[in-house]
Ligand binder design. Structure first.
Ligand SMILES: [Zn+2]
Length: 411
């Protein structure tokens, strides 16, 4: 490590830390195209210009800081996002951006000579906290979200995405696919805090991503009969809450059997009265598994159980799949290259692990070779103020990223 790498990381981290932090919860509220998002973006631009990098914003509002001439092609790109979920943690996103600048500082300290262009990127609206769709910046760029679809996105206050972009000083009519930009990129490496405890359990500071698990959302509508909670005999009830509750337990069982995850995290009840048997319980299932077969097994098992519980209680059941994302396998050659670089240059045995969370790197993997590095998160908690990573692990992540960038861009 060159002398200042830890210092450069911590100085940037300290500057970014107060932006958008809520005084009561301690969590971050950095929503796309808000004033706080603008502060984070100004910080990014400052970092780029302070290092003499060429700063630009693409047609979709993603920010880029270039070392070398992008027109040469085969660029190595690293970075992540600066926005957050409501009351998110400090690390999800910013760790990848700050580590990218710190890794560049480290490489300059090593007098590294780049023979490929290098860029640091901040993708806009990764979390989808405001408009309900994740990875809008990278989806638009990759042509996986059309301008028309994006223009229909609306936040909870009724503000549309185009109006929000306009208010932040960007041109919403310019958004759309950016194949020329992607064609210039030879590799994208996103460093991210781990959103689980695999590294904590294995005792490693840094890991390499293998794949993003297939995942989806299913809506379960259990319909029974509303009635008086005091006067209706138990035997006479058609109570959808009972079949819903049994289904939640079945989801846990099926997920455990398959080594997957399944969560009912959102529920709507009608009429939603303390003294009324519900007429409708609507629950949303989020399930993710290592591979498609396991996911099919889990969700199939939950559906079968839900139907039998509904039958037993005289309740009608409709199940609708609301969204689905198939497995994303990261580029095997790039992944193996990362493992080789970290194995030989840094002398690390770096575990390769799957993840249940979506990322810009996953969106872009359909267009360009992408890879991810994970940094240990001892709590395993993410999307919460309890998300964490130790200072030593953050610096280990910076050094691993620097090794990777050097191995890829400085031959
Ligand atoms: Zn993230």
């Amino acid at each position: 490590m060159t002398q200042d790498t830890g210092g450069s990381f911590h100085q940037m981290w300290r500057e970014l830390l107060p932006l958008g932090r809520h005084p009561d919860s301690g969590g971050y509220r950095r929503f796309a195209w808000s004033g706080v998002d603008g502060d984070c973006r100004a910080w990014f631009e400052d970092q780029a210009t302070a290092r003499g990098l060429r700063f630009e914003v693409d047609r979709n509002g993603n920010q880029w800081a270039w070392l070398g001439d992008p027109a040469e092609g085969d660029a190595v790109v690293t970075g992540s996002h600066l926005d957050s979920v409501p009351d998110g943690g400090a690390f999800d996103g910013p760790l990848g951006v700050v580590s990218a600048f710190a890794a560049l500082d480290e490489l300059r300290g090593r007098n590294a000579r780049f023979d490929r262009p290098l860029a640091i990127v901040n993708f806009g609206d990764e979390e989808g906290a405001r408009f309900g769709l994740a990875c809008v910046g990278s989806r638009l760029t990759a042509g996986r979200l059309t301008r028309e679809q994006a223009h229909r996105l609306t936040d909870g206050d009724g503000v549309t995405l185009p109006r929000a972009m306009e208010a932040a000083g960007y041109d919403p009519d310019a958004i759309g696919p950016d194949p020329e930009r992607l064609a210039r990129i030879g590799a994208f490496v996103e460093l991210h805090v781990e959103q689980g405890r695999a590294l904590d359990l294995s005792g490693d500071r840094v890991g390499i991503a293998s794949a993003i698990w297939p995942h989806g959302r299913w809506r379960f509508d259990f319909r029974g009969e509303a009635n008086h909670a005091g006067t209706t005999r138990l035997a006479d009830r058609r109570d959808p809450m009972l079949s819903y509750a049994e289904t939640v337990l079945a989801a846990r069982r099926e997920a455990e059997l398959a080594g997957a995850v399944a969560t009912f995290g959102k529920i709507a009840v009608e009429p939603n009265g303390v003294n009324a048997i519900p007429s409708l319980v609507r629950g949303w299932l989020d399930s993710r598994a290592e591979d498609q077969t396991s996911l099919d097994t889990v969700v199939g098992g939950i559906e079968k159980a839900a139907r039998s519980y509904a039958d037993a209680h005289g309740v009608d059941l409709d199940i609708v799949r609301e969204s689905f994302t198939p497995v994303v396998e990261f580029d095997h050659a790039l992944r193996d290259e990362l493992a080789r670089i970290l194995g030989t240059d840094a002398g690390l045995t770096v575990p390769v692990l799957g993840t249940g969370a979506g990322h810009d790197a996953g969106i872009l993997s359909g267009s360009i070779p992408t890879a991810m590095l994970f940094v240990r998160n001892p709590t395993g908690v993410s999307h919460s103020p309890a998300e964490s990573a130790s200072e030593d692990d953050c610096v280990a992540g910076v050094l691993a990223l620097a090794d990777v960038l050097e191995g890829l861009a400085c031959r």
